[in-house]
Design a protein around this ligand. Structure first.
Ligand code: H79
Length: 613
């Protein structure tokens, strides 16, 4: 799903060169599509009043628990859960919490579902117990989603679980208490801008009975009092998780933002508005390939396809995927907020429970390779992932082995430290190590202790010293070269040809200058014929360029992918690489027949290599 949570930005595509008229239409269309906000309107707003400056130490101590925690439970639960995303017996597409919008359900009709919200099997202690058992250290739940229904005893409106539903219990209070009791940090999700029930909220364009009021009125009579109540009547709140920023008045932003001061220790995410970076950055559904630098961040992701309970959604991620996601995210320094979806009766489906229990079992044995760890100091090894933790005067490197070496030799390329010890976390077997030309070799038993992720704790002296290593094809003969690792030769930072993003994925774009070219330095160990492909987009009918590896090259002539926003992998041909060693890979426009392309990725794959090699 495209990430539409961010405030709209202009696209990074180069304008059409030949057909300026279409280019203009395109731009107009984008501006319309991004209404009601435009970047200009936002820019015209004053920056928000700053919190009284917090020192880096104060900030570090406030967020310390969250950095230690690494793994949390996200819960999407509300009126939509009653029918599991089925409206009048019809399956609606996409995530179930969007049911009201997708079905264009009138407010009066949706209220009837709220009248049926009666999750009698809900048991807060059991629910929190399950999160705890999975190894999760915090829980964030939808206090109010876009549909406007409050899952707590809102004083601002009767449209809440206590006053409006037969259940009549304050679910947020029960969960807050259970979390407090069991030592789980508790947080609220609150959709501050969209509200499909209030006549001033953003989003409900289908119910023609609405007598519109201003967004400011919605904020002052609903969002502000509800947020204030959540931050004053539910004990210590660990996280306040805003969602789907929309352009609001400066007053509205500031009043919502200033409420978070009611709890000096609360952490907030980056989704209140553009001028409010909060304490950490969020990624939705997808794990970034590279971590944002110098920022705390979190990936939220549903355990299945939908955030809210959806009857037809059987798309549960495997336990292996979930464990590997957790290791992957931790190896880049982030947190994992894994979403579950209680049903209308107040419990989780067995598929979810089973997975949480299995993750919990893995965490029992391997938790120390996750909690309190920092990002990998050795990059992404080709056998899996790595997390790290300072211990005494040394460093523990946790080697998360996804692909167990069949020859019993696990190599940590580039690592130059003295090794103090190496041990399997599962079973505790001590492993022998030796220094080899490439780095450090750990001798491992024939079979992995865990098929999903076997962790080796490698303790080295001092802080990690890692030789910089050039990217090289993996065992499968494949080398992926990404835009954000490329050196862009663009006349020292000219605007033409630079690193840009579409859907959060970097590309070399705005490549108007046919003199600009890009380069990667690589190492080839296996000479041979390499097939070259690119993940790219081009809008003009055709573009031509050369790809070279030192002295060998190919000429590529690539037809349009339809538009600059439409990326496809295109085969470019083959290149013979005759010798091993350091090489320079270049992508160079062919003057005269060049049209701008957006280049996300170049892939080299050794021909004749199969996965079995
Ligand atoms: O709460 C979850 C989502 O409901 C919420 N954020 C997460 C944590 C979210 N709201 N909006 N979005 C995410 C992005 C917008 C998605 C949309 Fe669609 C694409 C809106 C319309 C098209 C998906 C498909 C949702 C409804 C239809």
């Amino acid at each position: 799903m495209p990430d539409q949570n961010k405030l709209p930005r202009f696209p990074s595509s180069p304008p059409r060169l030949r057909s300026a008229r279409h280019g203009l239409l395109f731009l107009v269309a984008v501006v319309l599509a991004t209404s009601p906000t435009t970047t200009q309107q936002l820019a015209a707003q004053q920056p928000a009043t700053q919190q009284p400056a917090e020192s880096p130490d104060e900030n570090a101590s406030r967020i310390a628990w969250w950095r230690e925690a690494k793994f949390g439970m996200f819960v999407h639960w509300g009126v939509y859960s009653v029918v599991g995303g089925q409206y009048k017996g019809q399956e609606l597409p996409n995530s179930a919490e969007w049911m009201m919008a997708r079905g264009k359900i009138p407010i009066a009709e949706y209220e009837q579902y709220a009248k049926q919200f009666n999750p009698v099997e809900f048991d807060a202690d059991k629910f929190v117990g399950l999160a705890k058992q999975a190894g999760m250290k915090y829980l964030v739940i939808t206090a109010k989603h876009h549909d406007g229904f409050a899952m707590f005893d809102s004083k601002a409106t009767d449209y809440n679980v206590v006053d409006f539903s037969p259940f009549g219990r304050d679910i947020m209070k029960e969960l807050a208490e259970a979390c407090q009791k069991q030592g789980i940090k508790f947080g609220f999700y609150y959709s501050q801008a969209q509200d499909w029930h209030h006549p001033g909220g953003f989003g409900n364009g289908w119910d023609k009975s609405i007598q519109r009021v201003s967004s400011d009125q919605y904020v002052s009579e609903k969002a502000v009092p509800e947020v204030r109540q959540l931050l004053t009547e539910y004990g210590p709140i660990g996280i306040f998780w805003w969602d789907t920023p929309r352009a609001m008045s400066e007053e509205a932003f500031n009043s919502l933002h200033s409420l978070t001061k009611l709890q000096p220790n609360v952490l907030t995410n980056d989704r209140l508005g553009e001028d409010f970076p909060g304490d950490y950055k969020t990624f939705e559904r997808n794990i970034p390939r590279q971590a944002p630098q110098g920022k705390d961040w979190e990936v939220c992701m549903p355990i299945s396809g939908s955030w809210g309970y959806k009857k037809s959604d059987t798309n549960f991620k495997s336990t292996r995927t979930l464990i590997r996601n957790l290791a992957d995210i931790a190896s880049k320094g982030g947190n994992y907020l894994l979403n579950v979806s209680p049903t209308g009766t107040g419990t989780l489906l067995p598929q979810a429970v089973e997975r949480l229990e299995q993750i919990g079992q893995w965490m029992q044995t391997n938790g120390e390779s996750i909690y309190g760890t920092t990002a990998s100091p050795i990059g992404k090894p080709d056998w899996g992932r790595c997390t790290a933790k300072a211990i005494g005067d040394g460093t523990a490197l946790y080697l998360h082995v996804f692909d167990w070496p069949q020859d019993g030799k696990l190599v940590i390329r580039g690592l130059e430290n003295d090794v103090q010890s190496a041990q399997l976390l599962d079973g505790g077997q001590i492993l022998s190590t030796q220094t080899v030309g490439d780095g450090i070799l750990v001798s491992v038993p024939a079979d992995p202790p865990n098929d999903d992720d076997s962790v080796i704790k490698l303790v080295v002296s001092g802080t990690p010293e890692v030789r910089s290593l050039l990217p090289t094809p993996g065992k499968d003969g494949v080398l992926e070269l990404f835009a954000d690792q490329a050196f862009i030769h663009n006349n020292e930072g000219s605007r033409d040809a630079g690193l840009r993003e579409h859907d959060g994925i970097p590309h070399v774009g705005y490549w108007l200058d046919d003199q600009a070219w890009v380069e990667w330095e690589i190492e080839i160990r296996d000479p041979g014929v390499y097939r070259v492909s690119a993940v790219m987009s081009v809008q003009e009918p055709q573009t031509e360029f050369r790809v070279s590896v030192n002295d060998s090259q190919l000429a590529a002539s690539v037809p349009s992918t339809g538009s600059y926003g439409r990326y496809t992998r295109r085969d470019l041909g083959t290149i013979q690489v005759s010798t091993a060693g350091r090489k320079s890979v270049r992508v160079i426009p062919t003057p005269g027949s060049w049209q701008p392309m957006n280049l996300r990725q170049l892939t080299l794959k050794r021909e004749g290599k199969t996965d079995a090699d």
